[in-house]
Design a protein around this ligand. Structure first.
Ligand SMILES: [Zn+2]
Length: 298
């Protein structure tokens, strides 16, 4: 079969440039100083996937769904307690189905001063969806979270950071302030679509700063946690330390059903202890950080 789409060495320059330029990092939005003259910004995020990781894969395993429920029963309360102890505000990205399963949890998160952002309907993979379905799910998710919490979400983290060719277009249609799914920098930047500035702030993620990659476990496919908690703390702390030295952003992704355990929650607590030891660090929600850099770097 002579299918040029599967033979990239045959693409002409317009084709490969077109793919690269579809969604691209534009201007850096790293400010000279952060809010109140702070040297460094810290954005903590918690993706409250709960049962939707298993539901997205068909919902066959009741055991894996019970691990999701642990995220609600133990994970989120432990995380909220740690954040309250250090007076730190954070962002929770919640699939709409997890929001609907645990409406009280979402209301508590918002009542304690945290932000809730969009994280898909049922943790679906956007790249598997046609534009119309992805758009419908994203709008329904925003509506559901707004109905539950009374606050309209202004940011999106794509489930599994799976950013489709339509995602940015839909974010623009939704009028979102920021995205937090891409990895072109350590510090905030503006997203370009086909070379055109979109006004949408990217708050970049990285698998390095994600608890799941170190701790995930699956009984039957042989996946086991491969990094001890002390080593995970070391990686996260070094990421923070260098962000502090460079005057940049430290953005961390954790999951209540991954980090909320007795043997792991200390990682978050110890990070908060070290971060708050420095008086010139601004810990804020993703929405606050995106709004700040947009105003500083118009
Ligand atoms: Zn997720």
């Amino acid at each position: 079969m002579d299918d040029i789409s599967s033979q990239p060495w045959r693409w002409d320059e317009q084709t490969w440039r077109g793919k690269v330029d579809h969604v691209r990092a534009g201007l850096s939005m790293k400010p000279a100083k952060w809010k109140n003259g702070a040297r460094c910004a810290v954005a903590l995020s918690f993706d409250s996937d709960h049962e939707t990781n298993e539901l997205r894969d068909g919902g066959k395993s009741i055991g894996r769904m019970s691990q999701g429920q642990y995220g609600n029963r133990q994970g989120v309360p432990r995380i909220l307690n740690a954040l309250a102890k250090y007076d730190a505000k954070a962002t929770f990205f919640v699939p709409a189905v997890a929001g609907l399963l645990y409406e009280d949890e979402q209301r508590r998160v918002v009542a304690e001063g945290h932000e809730i952002g969009i994280h898909g309907w049922i943790h679906e993979l956007n790249s598997q969806l046609p534009y119309e379905i992805e758009r419908d799910l994203m709008f329904r998710s925003a509506d559901a979270l707004e109905r539950i919490t009374g606050v309209r979400p202004v940011g999106l983290r794509t489930p599994s950071w799976d950013f489709s060719p339509s995602t940015l277009r839909i974010e623009r249609e939704l009028g979102l302030l920021y995205d937090s799914s891409l990895m072109a920098d350590d510090d905030p930047y503006e997203l370009l679509e086909q070379g055109e500035p979109t006004g949408i702030v990217e708050l970049p993620v990285e698998w390095i700063r994600d608890d799941a990659v170190y701790f995930n476990m699956h009984r039957f496919n042989g996946l086991r946690p491969h990094t001890p908690p002390t080593a995970v703390y070391d990686i996260f702390f070094r990421e923070f330390e260098r962000a502090y030295e460079e005057g940049g952003l430290f953005l961390l992704t954790m999951h209540p059903h991954v980090t909320g355990y007795r043997s792991r929650i200390w990682i978050l607590e110890k990070l908060l202890e070290e971060i708050t030891r420095r008086s010139d660090v601004w810990i804020a929600t993703h929405a606050e950080i995106a709004a700040f850099v947009k105003a500083e770097c118009p």
